[in-house]
Design a protein around this ligand. Structure first.
Ligand code: 5AD
Ligand code: SF4
Length: 456
């Protein structure tokens, strides 16, 4: 007898072989799938997802699994005739031991998950589901997707330009890969066309946007592919465009070409938002970040070697499940080692459907509050220090909008700091040198520098 899934919901059947450990793992997998809408089915034939959680201890265990897959194959084919799908996953120790051989011998298996990886089940399912949809999306719909975005966001001389969407990184705290889908890049041609249009309309500064902006890749007409560094250099060639920024970058996608461009392209502003989230390798691993604290600090060293004055910004999460006070101290130590010009910091919040939400050792709220306060005090101090270091310097300021007082304009320094100064409205939209004479918590005060004075 089969359990009919409720309309709109999905069902999973898990067959468990072997030891208590496997029984426990199967329950955990069922728990992980619940927030994704999977109810338990009592028979495999109608289930949307069948997991064989295998055991390698006894002889012939693998053979048993293959014959079970043979049976499932028939159900899968029958479902396919009705236009439905069945995902077959092999988990546990046979999966670990046989790995690739399973997919070669049994092509109907969609997923092979070792015992150390079952907590990644939601991620693997999302990836498998997207593989079907994605082919369609990249073939036809990428431009449509970007065209459907809100019209270019232009205010005065600055504009945002979306070049990339989605994320394949699957940090275990984050819903973006589930809600926004896979990483897709807008075409080079469409980006260049829009950037030129913006420049013609009087835009001086564009900020290239993407959830993983530095994962952007584009084909060039001469053949081959380029990344964000080369894209920025090409956009810098557009007449009238004076400044280029990009956000948000991922440490794993920072390549040498982008670092070199930051050092060499004068129109690329010295500001980098590069989230690290935490400073403890144990927590970074649990977050599935794909880098260590040392990798990140090494990357920052390379960026600073290319562009010594760069303003660094980051995102931080305190109180990720299992974060001990030593782990948190490691975050503070990383912040001390890097030195940020600005930052965003958050208390971990459980997002249903993400692996983090199911992790044990959730951190108590008062503990998170205390850690966040300590982290923010340190980051505030660093921001103040960065701003104070600009005192007396002459910075080029892009004058963006009128200020609160008559004759006052507000602009931005290359480091993205707000600069308030006295200047005529006719200067709106231009870049002017200004000497920095004051620092408030959120802005700088400056005064226009007369011709010739800037060099003094
Ligand atoms: N809890 C707290 N912060 C989160 N972020 C993303 N997901 C969560 C979460 N579940 C933060 C990360 C990310 C930024 C955009 O939001 O720091 O970089
Ligand atoms: Fe992707 Fe950023 Fe979310 Fe990680 S935090 S999954 S990199 S969007």
């Amino acid at each position: 007898m089969s359990t009919e899934p409720k309309l709109g919901s999905k069902s999973v059947f898990i067959r468990t072989y072997g030891c208590q450990m496997n029984v426990y793992d199967s329950e955990r997998m069922a728990d992980l799938l619940k927030p994704l809408g999977y109810a338990k089915a009592s028979e495999p034939d109608q289930a949307d997802l069948v997991i064989l959680n295998t055991c390698h201890i006894r002889e012939k265990a693998a053979e048993k699994v293959y014959s079970e897959i043979g049976r499932l194959k028939r159900h899968k084919a029958k479902k396919a005739e009705d236009g439905e799908t069945m995902t077959i996953a092999v988990a546990g120790c046979v999966a670990q031991a046989e790995g690739e051989e399973i997919t070669t011998r049994a092509p109907d298996v969609d997923m092979v998950i070792g015992p150390q990886a079952y907590h990644r089940l939601p991620e693997l399912l999302a990836k498998a589901a997207r593989r079907d949809g994605k082919i369609l999306e990249t073939d036809f719909a990428v431009e449509e997707k970007f065209d459907a975005l809100p019209a270019r966001n232009m205010s005065g001389p600055t504009a945002f330009l979306t070049i990339q969407e989605g994320c394949d990184k699957f940090c275990t705290f984050c819903v973006v890969p589930y809600t926004r889908g896979a990483e897709v890049s807008r075409s080079l041609e469409a980006i260049e066309r829009e950037a030129s249009d913006l420049a013609e309309a009087g835009v001086k500064e564009i900020t290239l946007l993407g959830q993983n902006v530095n994962a952007w890749r584009g084909a060039v007409p001469s053949g081959g592919e380029i990344g964000l560094g080369a894209l920025c250099r090409r956009l810098a060639g557009i007449e009238g465009l004076e400044r280029i920024r990009f956000t948000t970058s991922h440490p794993r996608d920072m390549d040498d070409a982008l670092i070199a461009a930051l050092g060499e392209e004068p129109k690329l502003m010295p500001y980098l938002h590069l989230p690290v989230q935490a400073g403890s390798d144990r927590i970074l691993k649990a977050m599935n970040r794909g880098h260590t604290a040392e990798d990140y600090v090494g990357l920052i060293d390379r960026v600073r070697a290319a562009r010594p004055d760069i303003a660094l910004s980051g995102d931080f999460i305190v109180g990720f499940p299992g974060e001990t006070s030593e782990d948190f101290e490691a975050t503070l130590a990383l912040v001390e080692a890097v030195g940020y010009a600005s930052a965003f910091s958050f208390k971990y919040s459980r997002r249903p459907g993400t692996p983090g939400a199911m992790m044990p050792k959730q951190v108590a709220e008062p503990e998170k509050d205390e850690r966040l306060a300590r982290l923010q005090a340190l980051l505030d101090r660093q921001r103040r220090e960065f701003n104070e270091n600009q005192m007396g310097r002459v910075l080029p300021v892009l004058l963006e909008k009128p200020g609160r007082h008559a004759d006052q304009l507000i602009g931005r320094s290359p480091y993205l700091q707000s600069v308030h100064l006295t200047a005529p409205k006719s200067m709106l939209g231009s870049i002017q040198p200004a000497r920095i004479s004051g620092v408030t918590p959120n802005a700088l005060a400056g005064s226009l520098v007369e011709d010739g004075e800037a060099a003094a």
